[in-house]
Design a protein around this ligand. Structure first.
Ligand code: MG
Length: 318
């Protein structure tokens, strides 16, 4: 029996999530440090950041064409799509979180807390209630390479911009909070800490928190520890399995914390995102390249498909 060498099974459950005859595809390879993928289902395209080159790139899922979406781009890093289909971006250069409106204008959503400027917002996710959650480590102000060398005005924390416009700090016990994502039922928020970049023996794990009614978090136990590289960015599939970046590829964890398997990628992976019309294709930002692989699962997506009951009510006549 032929065993493709692109995946490693750690737990037999992994076999039901992959397509053995699929292959890792390298779609593009002209970047310096690719990060922050976000898929726009309506337009069938993927946006992602090439941080040191200060640009946002666009992969057209219809014809595989790659073009520059925005440059300069505020040294953008992580992206997400909000409920209205708008691009939400973390920017190292402006040290802010922005939204690109339907008319193309860029709105600053958050740039300071308690009078102190953010360090360099890194990754962002949007909850189904419209709240915007993001991390603020120092990577974009530690050097001129991924932003600009600046003084830090406060520690590296996690924030939530509530639907009412109020910005709150939701976690303050991280060294370098990096990526974050909600479990499919949104009862848990997972946040990675990549503090090992700055301190020997520092954290290289993902923690998970209970999401409370008032946008507060509780708990925060360690969910998974990386044995290779860092958990920079991650996303959930519809079954609640977590697909995360690691030093040697993509690692997949079951909701119970068991590592199910790994996808080997020949470059250090920074972040992943599900896309395609069926959301069964995992796009992988890895160092200089964008990769993709089809899986036998679908990405969790709170947007677009999660319609409110009033939006789908059938018109009636009388
Ligand atoms: Mg990151």
């Amino acid at each position: 029996m032929h065993h493709p060498d692109w995946f490693i099974v750690d737990d037999s459950r992994f076999r039901s999530l992959i397509l053995p005859n699929a292959r890792l595809e390298r779609l593009w390879s002209e970047g310096r440090w690719c990060e922050g993928p976000a898929y726009f289902a309506a337009g069938r395209y993927l946006l992602w950041s090439d941080i040191p080159n200060d640009r946002i790139l666009r992969f057209d899922d219809n014809d595989d064409h790659v073009s520059v979406f925005r440059q300069p781009a505020g040294f953008s890093n992580g992206h997400s799509v909000d409920r209205e289909g708008r691009l939400i971006s973390c920017e190292h250069g402006t040290r802010s979180v922005t939204r690109t409106e339907h008319n193309g204008r860029i709105t600053t959503l958050a740039e300071a807390f308690d009078g102190c400027r953010f360090n360099s917002p890194n990754d962002v996710t949007v909850k189904s209630d419209g709240s915007i959650w993001f991390t603020d480590p120092s990577y974009g102000i530690d050097s001129d390479y991924e932003g600009g060398l600046r003084d830090s005005e406060m520690g590296c924390h996690v924030y939530c911009l509530r639907p009412d416009g109020r910005l709150i700090r939701v976690a303050d016990d991280f060294e370098k909070p990096n990526s974050l994502a909600f479990s499919p039922d949104e009862s848990w928020l997972y946040v990675s800490d990549t503090g090992a970049t700055h301190r020997d023996g520092g954290p290289r794990h993902i923690r998970r928190f209970r999401v409370e009614e008032d946008h507060r978090l509780s708990g925060g136990e360690v969910f998974a520890i990386s044995d290779c590289g860092l958990f920079d960015g991650f996303r959930f599939d519809i079954a609640g399995n977590l697909w995360t970046s690691a030093g040697d590829g993509v690692h997949c964890y079951a909701p119970d914390g068991t590592r199910l398997g790994r996808i080997a990628v020949p470059e250090t992976v920074a972040n992943v995102c599900f896309g395609g019309p069926a959301r069964n294709r995992l796009f992988i930002c890895a160092s200089t390249s964008l990769y993709a692989i089809f899986l036998d699962t679908r990405g969790h997506h709170v947007l677009g498909e999660a319609v409110s009951p009033s939006a789908v009510r059938t018109p009636t006549t009388r």
